[in-house]
Write a protein that binds this ligand. Sequence first.
Ligand SMILES: [Zn+2]
Length: 101
Amino acid sequence: MKKVPIRSCLICREKSDKRRLFRIVKNKDGEIFFDKTLKANGRGAYVCDSEDCIEKIKNTNKLDKAFEIEISKDVKEKIYDQICEFKNIKEGNVHGNNKSS
Ligand SMILES: [Zn+2]
């Protein structure tokens, strides 16, 4: 049987298939960034695709708590922007309908 990795959203705690969540990573140098590949080394935190949750990444200190360090507002805004951009690209695919196999 195939095992699907399940993770919960950092904000709302909703459990979901890892691949449907957005991954944020803290690497060994203490850098925090959005990991769209889901493969970057480091400790990961996940957020679901609810706009509310994504917004709370930059508006609350939940991410700071998850990684147990203080994260600057600049970094949080950058992550927020990157997630929004990535989300738009994903959702934008609905129109194209050009399957590349
Ligand atoms: Zn959520």
